[in-house]
Write a protein that binds this ligand. Structure first.
Ligand code: ADP
Length: 457
């Protein structure tokens, strides 16, 4: 991290330096030559005025340059910004080319050149222009401007750039340290923990550290770990329950089979009783397996939900007919008040599963008063089904839990309970359908299980 930051800083500094030096090299002298040219033409605008010389001195001091006007024939200095004659002699004799008039001849009356001053790391830009011709003698105006030499300028800049580089490097180091602390290290730790999670360690915890995005990722992974943990626990619970619940009927079946073999084989009456018990245990196992399978499918989300429009009243009539067939002999009453039409959009098989569960429970727990009331209403876009029994009712302390997996209470203590999965499966199916559902129950009075689906046209 630090190395990449340093390399990046160095690269940016070098690029900056290259751009700066090439731009200074290209433009610095040219811009100054253009400046002198402009000043000279500014001066020329006042040439005919009486204040020409005053004007020249203003330009000279403003533009930081020396100006001299020379007469060609007499060599007389008509104007000079340097007041002492001695100094004037020194500077201008050094700056003005001996053959300046020839050079002006060759260059159309205007000539620019540079004079190096190595000892002072500077150079002079000299711009000469013929401004008048008085009786065959030319008068020439010369502007001289001292510039710091480009190389020297660049060396100066170079030093500053190195200082700047050191400062930027320090800042970059500090930043890289901070970024490493805030982003890289937490990500590193997060990756390590995610690796553990992938290996199956679902107890791994994700700490809340680093910047916002890292914390968010950490939260998501924490949530995933929690989900995995729950799923794993569910899987273990599931297997434990399967083995336990399957073993009981199998033991009973084994016992009755042995009894038939040893005792009742030759006694048709006893044998029939024992075979009936075997049959009942097989039925229990079959229900158990169906429940387990459905629950597993519902939990894994692979349950195929095929919603389509159907008339729930027709379905209820089917259920009632089946029920009545089953109870032709035993005097069990079913009273059904079913709305004429109650169209819903749902998975018919799954809704049937829910109704069947409510009905089976009502049937199972109606020991004293063998009566079930079934009511289907369709009002204000809501189709409501109620299954009422006059059984033992459910105690308040159990009411909240009866929809939980494996929760079963045996109100009569006569082994009426099943797997404890029926209501849980029903609730999951109803949730898939966004249906409201619930139970109203009073101990000794009975229970009413209900659900509501949205009515469709
Ligand atoms: P089970 O297979 O035990 O019936 P359910 O999930 O269908 O499992 O029901 C869970 C528990 O809810 C039952 O054990 C029972 O105690 C209670 N319960 C369900 N329906 C009724 C009812 N109609 N009357 C009284 N108790 C009921």
């Amino acid at each position: 991290m630090w190395i990449s930051f340093t390399a990046l800083t160095a690269l940016i500094t070098i690029l900056f330096w290259l751009i700066l030096s090439s731009s200074v090299r290209l433009n610095y002298t040219n811009e100054n030559i253009e400046d002198i040219d402009r000043m000279m033409w500014q001066a020329m605008e006042q040439y005919t005025s009486d204040e020409f010389y005053e004007h020249l001195s203003v330009i000279a001091s403003g533009g930081n340059c020396l100006i001299q006007i020379l007469d060609e024939k007499t060599g007389e200095v008509l104007y000079s910004t340097v007041d002492s004659e001695e100094k004037e002699q020194d500077i201008f004799s050094y700056l003005i080319e001996k053959n300046i008039f020839e050079l002006l001849d060759d260059n159309g009356g205007e000539y620019t050149y540079r004079v190096e001053n190595a000892s002072e790391n500077s150079e002079w830009v000299v711009h000469a222009m013929v401004i008048a011709n008085v009786e065959g003698s030319r008068q020439v105006m010369i502007f001289c401007k001292s510039l710091i030499s480009v190389d020297h300028l660049l060396v100066m800049f170079g030093r500053r750039v190195i200082y700047a580089f050191i400062v930027i490097l320090l800042i970059a180091s500090f930043l890289s340290y901070m970024i490493t602390r805030v982003i890289t290290k937490p990500i590193h730790r997060l990756t390590e923990k995610a690796g553990k999670l992938a290996e199956g360690d679902y107890d791994v915890t994700f700490s809340d550290e680093g910047c916002y995005e890292v914390r968010k990722l950490s939260d998501t992974l924490g949530l995933a770990a929690k989900e995995f943990n729950e799923t794993e626990q569910m899987r273990r619970e599931f297997i434990a329950n399967i083995s336990h619940d399957m073993r009981t009927p199998l033991t009973v079946i084994k016992m009755y089979t042995e009894m038939i073999q040893t005792m009742s084989g030759d006694n048709p009456q006893k044998r029939a009783v024992h075979l009936e018990r075997i049959q009942s245990e097989v039925d229990k196992m079959s229900t158990l397996i169906t429940d387990f399978m459905d629950l597993a499918k519902l939990q894994s989300g692979v349950f195929q939900v095929e919603k389509k429009r159907f008339d729930l009243s027709v379905l209820i009539q089917d259920v009632v007919a089946t029920f009545e067939m089953r109870h032709q002999q035993d005097g069990f009453i079913i009273e059904a008040k079913v709305a004429e039409h109650a169209f819903v959009c749902a998975d018919q098989k799954l809704i049937y599963r829910v109704i069947e569960n409510f009905m089976t429970n009502a049937e199972k727990f109606s020991v004293n008063e063998k009566k079930i009331e079934l009511m289907l209403t369709s009002e204000k876009n809501i189709v409501r089904l109620e299954v009422k029994d006059y059984g033992p009712g459910i105690e308040k302390e159990h009411l909240a839990y009866i929809w939980d997996r494996y929760y079963k209470v045996d109100p009569y203590g006569n082994n009426k309970t099943g797997t404890g999965l029926g209501l849980n499966i029903a609730s999951q199916i109803l949730k898939i359908h966004d249906a409201k559902y619930g139970v109203e129950s009073e101990v000794g009075q009975g229970s009413t299980f209900w659900f509501e689906l949205e009515a469709v046209e």
